[in-house]
Ligand binder design. Structure first.
Ligand SMILES: CC(C)(O)CC(=O)SCCNC(=O)CCNC(=O)[C@H](O)C(C)(C)COP(=O)(O)OP(=O)(O)OC[C@H]1O[C@@H](n2cnc3c(N)ncnc32)[C@H](O)[C@@H]1OP(=O)(O)O
Length: 259
């Protein structure tokens, strides 16, 4: 176990910033880093002062994938019994608050998969996305074949997964993988700005909105629309719905209480 923190965290207003901090290995996602990330995510999710979370890496690499050197000698029984990739990696998918990936440089293999587990990807102009696991004699193991295909469609997902080709930021935006592209030096600031905007809104409405959009990936259209309608109706039980609509009618800014 390395004797330094592999993630750094800070708060800016009500937005938590998590920076992957293993630059010498291009933020390769080893067990220690993923454990620290999971712990930070659970802490921020439970903290009522936090409205949104941003995950970023360095200018050169968001993350160059799972740590190949750490996993290369693992055996089938070990990875099976440890459910390797499963529990340790999925922490971000259990977070109720919005999680934004601010991606500069390489987001490869598990790095791309981690970004795709987030709710939104903001890409720097120098970002490069790919699932090059085929070069290593394996396939993506943290949702890459599934989330990438849902995000960019079968044709491009097959192209990336079968050939290990990388996609630049412009292609990733055209393909629907990323929400916005910004100059590389501004990617974290832009993601923090998105988080700050979210922090001004009603926390229950934000959480329900995130859940409803994510439901689109898990269910049929009919079930998803029914879920959305019930969730929409349920928000009429919040004080924030009364405040938001009163503020509109009275031509003033809403003051949400998150209740
Ligand atoms: C999660 C799963 C299940 O889906 C599995 C995976 O994620 S498997 C990993 C998929 N990712 C890759 O295959 C990418 C591997 N990295 C590269 O191809 C290159 O490093 C690069 C193209 C991203 C950058 O190349 P370059 O600029 O030439 O830098 P390097 O000298 O190659 O790297 C610097 C330093 O970082 C170490 N490194 C990079 N990636 C990893 C990694 N995934 N695991 C472990 N270590 C990594 C690299 O070995 C270098 O360290 P030193 O050898 O110099 O100590």
């Amino acid at each position: 176990m390395a004797d330094y923190q592999m993630i750094l965290t800070e708060m800016q207003g009500r937005v938590a910033l998590i920076r992957l901090n293993r630059p010498q290995a291009l933020n390769a996602l080893c067990d220690q880093l993923m454990d620290e990330l999971g712990q930070a995510l659970r802490g921020f999710d439970a903290d009522p002062e936090v409205a949104a979370i941003v995950i970023t890496g360095s200018e050169k690499a968001f993350a160059a994938g799972a740590d190949i050197k750490e996993m290369q000698s693992r055996t089938y029984p070990a990875v099976y019994l440890d459910d390797f990739i499963g529990k340790r990696w999925e922490a971000v998918t259990y977070v109720q608050k919005p999680v934004i990936a601010a991606v500069a440089g390489y987001a490869l293999g598990g790095g791309c998969e981690l970004a795709m587990m987030c709710d939104m990807i903001i890409a720097a102009e120098n970002a490069k996305f790919g699932q090059p696991e085929i070069n290593l004699g394996v396939i993506p193991g943290a949702g890459g074949t599934q989330r990438l295909t849902r995000a960019i469609g079968k044709a491009k997902a097959m192209d990336l997964v079968l050939t290990a080709r990388m996609m630049d930021a412009a292609e990733a935006e055209r393909s629907g993988l990323v929400a916005r592209i910004v100059p590389t030096a501004e990617v974290v600031a832009e993601a923090m700005k998105v988080g700050e905007k979210i922090a001004t809104l009603s926390a229950p409405a934000v959480a329900v909105a995130k859940e409803a959009v994510n439901r689109a990936f898990e269910t049929t259209l009919a079930e998803g629309v029914k879920f959305e309608r019930r969730a929409f109706q349920a928000l009429f039980a919040t004080e924030d719905q009364k405040e938001g609509m009163a503020a509109f009618a009275e031509k003033r800014k809403p003051a949400f209480s998150n209740r």
